[in-house]
Design a protein around this ligand. Structure first.
Ligand code: L34
Length: 251
């Protein structure tokens, strides 16, 4: 795990990941670099970790400081150690449907759906948000499960007309309480990916839980919903990476 700078939210997430590794018996190293770290220095560290045979997975916590180019960093990680599945090789594999690693947050959403006995096949799935980290891969994973997938974003006209059709609604926009009960189809599955920190330091999702809960058939809370699932899926990817890097084969 590599963390650059001192973003307090990133600090919490990396601590949670470290704790999860310890609980699972996964050996982990943390590289906490100062905000002033240059892109060159970060690339050198990644190169060292790429070559280190006792390290199966590399994660550079995002966001990185502005003077560092995120894409350059992601592209530098050995795809076989890319437990986030952010490298273009892994992104491409997800598109094709033959993948080793699944991005942790969308994978966590799929696990929640799956473990709740919800069948995606033929369902109207609406993903609100189109980030490379969540929205796009989320849409792809739902599509692989034969959902009918719509991706909505900031330029979508009449958002509610889309969200009201959703049997499965995934909110990943990063705006507190953006999705309200009146935008939800009665009985829908509502999954809240948002983690927003309000001024009073309290965490809140992209869904207005109080109004949505009355309409939804199933709903995830924030905190205690998708966040912990993200970390669980990171553990899964890391074990997978260990197998791939030791045997050169998929598990
Ligand atoms: N490279 N950067 C990389 N990989 C990732 O998968 C992430 N992400 C996102 C931010 N940057 C990343 C995370 O790990 C978001 N994220 C993440 C991880 C864990 C939690 C939330 C987001 C989490 O533990 N959430 C707890 C609350 C934690 C708190 O108190 O703030 C929850 O119950 O939702």
């Amino acid at each position: 795990m590599v963390i650059v700078g001192d973003d307090p939210a990133s600090r919490i997430y990396v601590n949670n990941k470290k704790k999860a590794c310890a609980e699972c018996g996964i050996y982990s190293e943390e590289y906490a670099l100062p905000e002033s770290t240059t892109q060159e220095e970060l690339l050198e560290l990644i190169d060292r970790l790429n070559k280190k045979s006792d390290i199966s997975g590399i994660l550079v916590q995002l966001p990185v400081p502005e003077h560092i180019d995120e894409t350059t960093i992601i592209n530098a990680i050995n795809p076989n150690k890319d437990v986030d599945a952010f490298h273009p090789v892994n992104v491409g594999k997800i598109m094709v449907g033959n993948f080793d690693f699944v991005p942790c947050t969308p994978a966590g959403v799929m696990e929640l759906i799956n473990e709740s006995g919800i069948d995606v096949s033929g369902k109207e799935c609406v993903v609100v948000g189109r980030s490379n980290i969540v929205g796009k891969p989320q849409a792809m994973l739902l599509l692989h499960k034969n959902g009918t997938v719509t991706i909505c974003h900031s330029r979508t006209k009449d958002l509610a007309s889309h969200t009201k059709n959703a049997d499965i609604l995934v909110a990943a926009v990063g705006i507190p309480k953006f999705i309200t009960g009146d935008m939800i189809k009665p009985g829908a599955v509502v999954i809240d990916v948002g983690i927003n920190r309000l001024e009073n330091k309290k965490l809140c999702g992209d869904v207005d839980f109080d109004s949505a809960e009355k309409i939804a058939g199933a709903i995830t809370p924030v905190p205690g919903g998708v966040g912990p699932m993200t970390i669980a899926m990171l553990m899964k990817n890391t074990v997978r990476a260990a197998v791939i890097n030791r045997t050169g084969k998929q598990s």
